[in-house]
Design a protein around this ligand. Sequence first.
Ligand SMILES: [Zn+2]
Length: 329
Amino acid sequence: MPVLRDIVGHKQVIASLKYALTKSLVNHAYIFSGPVGIGKKTVGLAFAGTLLCRRGQGDACGECDDCTRSERGLHPDLHIIRPEGASIKISQLRAVQDSAAFTAFGTGRQVFLMEQAEKMTLAAANCFLKILEEPPAGIVFILVTDDPAGMLPTVLSRCQQYRFSPLSREEVMQVLANTGTGACYNINSVRVAAELSGGCPGRALTMLDGPDKRSAMLDLLMRIVRERPGSVFLPVNELVEREDLAEFINCLILFFRDVLIWQITGSTELMVNVDRHSYIVELANTYVKPEVMDILITVERASSLLASNVNQRLVLDYVLFKIAGQGDD
Ligand SMILES: [Zn+2]
């Protein structure tokens, strides 16, 4: 379990939490929200560890009995609540009520870290609100969610909210290095994963550990490019079904950005996909510079369109036709 001082990024959130810790302004309930893999739970656990450490001031000492127990997930005053099946149920919140009635073990605090808090049923959320009406002394809730909009407004308004912002690529790479993951992969893969992660180290880790999606996506792209400008194969159906469509679009942006970099500088220095250099050169020889810029503008526009509620098929059609050289201007 990390301590607050070792966490990469999220500086404002951590500064604010530390301020509350040193000034004895700790709240009864917090909401940590932000995209999947951004580090909300990591910060939540570090904060919980700090709340339970009797030796540290403003941060866990990382060495005492409390810290060792927290680290092992065995601290009697640190409770993790997760969905049981599809939801967090009222019985789980009743158990919280019961255990909150017992005196805490060490610091006089009890910390409840709730994962996927948006999955509380209505009854569970009402039970949670009831606990907060007369909170037992020393109780602290940390609600972690990537979908705060899916939570009751009354729950949101009773908690102090922290919204987590994406890390920079360098920070994501730093996290990968700290976890030891960076050393297991070649530096190019780490760079690409960091770039594609959208500032979420957890997503970068999943990408490195999971199947090589970038290669699959590059294969698709090269099929379109090599068949152009005849009657091309356009994998619209294949793509529109994918959950990782945003990732695919992100890949496209990075590939074509590299193509432009190669066309302008003739050097790999600023490239992300250095390990796919031969493809980049092939693409650079296929398109003239204005075409590449046109594709980039189209794909970036598509990227923001796809983030809103648009007809994905239409947007994809337009992007793929543009790449195939059949886009209308
Ligand atoms: Zn400690």
